[in-house]
Design a binder for this molecule. Structure first.
Ligand code: ZN
Length: 72
């Protein structure tokens, strides 16, 4: 799955606050997701994150993708 920092994803399971849309704050071995509802951040293993993502709602700009690629 193609994930980039800044992408907004919709998860299958909602956050405890009820929000299902999360923004990707970091992508690597682990993925840091920021809840767009309450602003909390969660860190999950990438494989688990990919399984729990229903759709990628908004793709980040190419610039962010290239910047992230340098860290992987
Ligand atoms: Zn939340």
């Amino acid at each position: 799955m193609d994930l980039h920092v800044g992408d907004v994803v919709v998860l299958k399971k909602p956050h405890p606050c009820g929000e299902t849309r999360f923004e990707l704050m970091r992508v690597g071995m682990d993925v840091r997701l920021k809840c767009t509802g309450c602003g909390r951040e969660v860190l999950v293993p990438r494989k688990k994150a990919e399984k729990s993502i229903r759709t990628v709602e908004a793709q980040a700009g190419q610039e962010a993708a290239e910047r992230e690629a340098e860290h992987v």
